[in-house]
Design a protein around this ligand. Structure first.
Ligand SMILES: *Cc1c(COP(=O)(O)O)cnc(C)c1O
Length: 411
């Protein structure tokens, strides 16, 4: 039985041609004409002024915080429902994350909770230094109210658009909504360079400094001289060539991912207890991954029954991101205070062998605002195979397997 993956790289354009050009040009390094051209291509596509191609999205997140001068002991607000890379970047700076719950309408950061938290921070006289807003699964966060709240307290936004290249909010492309925006070109993202990322901004100064810091912060001297600590974060010229080929086909990729999303919606609409991640009226998702939400009482089986049935059929699916506040690596007082209900759940998970916790590993302090919505989404949400390489037969196989789970009682 052919394995169906969640999201495979799909190189169907000029990637090979551009890669060979780069190879033959002998720019086998972390700068070169393909890097410059890839940056320009992204700027043109997203409608943003400046871009720095980097080794990963995580590197871009880290540099964005460095650019804002985030220091030890300061706080950075962050979406609770995200991939660990967003939170990790905060710890690279020695800062403390404050995780904000999602709302049901967008699954992204709840703008009201953000506003309340900023107000309460202002009263305490300790405002966070930045807000990391994540565009989850290719849907922009609600930047109208998020930007208004941040503007009121003069806290800069960094947009983690790692999953959202090509998505829009009121007609503007993802990546444009903060002081800086971040894209990822990891292997499973909507376009890939195998590994890579991009920091974008309309502020040229940020991008100039990002390029400087990402190439070991070398002062302009004939010898190696450094008056700042730098990083080795630049993207390889060979990988940039692949990225350019990928980007040329972005519109086709989004159209195909949307069609896949449409296929699942049509095929599963007859089943009670199956919902899809809602597309907010303010924009268009890139449909990077199609995510369903299962209500076990109505569907007659839970998310895990479906995941395991798919696994048995050699089909990869994944629970949605486990919220940051539920990660064992973080010490969160608010979570402890939520008490017995959460403890009970954690014990159950450990029993299922889901959480492999190294109890001797260091834990890091974080804060939490809300958390009920992201927890519920995690427990009921499942990402379905959504790669553009999928055939109609593959899609039918996934749907047929999900259908067999209807009314299987959870164990
Ligand atoms: C993939 C991802 C990242 C990290 O990007 P890398 O290129 O893998 O470092 C960061 N944030 C989110 C939300 C992501 O999905």
């Amino acid at each position: 039985m052919k394995r169906i993956y969640l999201s495979l790289p799909h190189l169907d354009g000029r990637e090979r041609e551009l890669l060979i050009q780069a190879y033959e040009s002998n720019w086998i390094t972390t700068l070169g004409p393909q890097v410059d051209a890839f940056e320009q291509d992204i700027c043109r596509k997203v409608g943003v002024g400046h871009a720095a191609a980097l080794a990963s999205g995580t590197a871009a997140l880290h540099l964005a915080l460095v650019m804002l001068g985030i220091k030890n002991g300061e706080e950075v607000i962050c979406s609770d429902l995200t991939f660990a890379a967003t939170a990790n970047a905060i710890f690279y700076c020695g800062a403390t994350p404050v995780f904000i719950d999602s709302n049901r309408e967008t699954w992204n950061m709840n703008p009201e909770l953000l506003g309340e938290e900023l107000e309460s921070c202002a009263k305490k006289g300790k405002l966070p230094k930045a807000v990391f807003a994540v565009d989850l699964y290719g849907q922009c966060a609600d930047y109208g109210p998020i930007s208004a709240a941040c503007k009121k307290y003069e806290v800069p936004i960094i947009e983690d658009a790692a999953e959202a290249l090509g998505a829009t909010y009121n007609g503007t492309f993802a990546g444009k909504f903060g002081a800086m925006g971040v894209f990822s070109f990891n292997g499973n993202k909507i376009i890939t360079t195998s590994g890579g990322g991009m920091l974008v901004s309309d502020n040229e100064d940020y991008i100039k400094r990002a390029k400087f810091l990402s190439t070991q912060a070398r002062d302009p001297a004939p010898h190696y001289q450094h008056s700042q600590i730098g990083y080795n974060y630049r993207l390889s010229n060979l990988l940039a060539a692949i990225g350019r080929g990928q980007l040329e086909r972005l519109d086709e990729k989004i159209a195909r991912r949307r069609a896949i999303n449409e296929f699942y919606r049509n095929a599963l609409q007859e089943f009670p207890g199956v919902e899809f991640m809602p597309e907010a009226s303010y924009g268009r998702m890139n449909c990077w991954l199609t995510v369903i939400l299962i209500t076990p009482k109505e569907f007659g089986a839970d998310r895990e029954v479906i995941r395991l049935a798919l696994k048995k059929e050699n089909i990869e699916s994944r629970p949605i991101w486990k919220p940051m506040d539920m990660q064992p690596v973080f010490n969160i007082e608010e979570r402890e205070a939520q008490g017995a209900r959460r403890k009970g759940r954690e014990a159950k998970e450990e029993h299922k062998g889901k959480d492999i916790v190294n109890s001797t590993s260091k834990r890091y302090d974080a804060r939490l605002v809300g958390g009920e919505v992201s927890e519920d989404l995690f427990e009921r949400g499942l990402c379905l195979p959504s790669g553009t390489k999928m055939t109609e037969d593959d899609l039918r196989r996934v749907v047929a397997t999900i259908k067999t789970c209807h009314k299987i009682k959870p164990k």
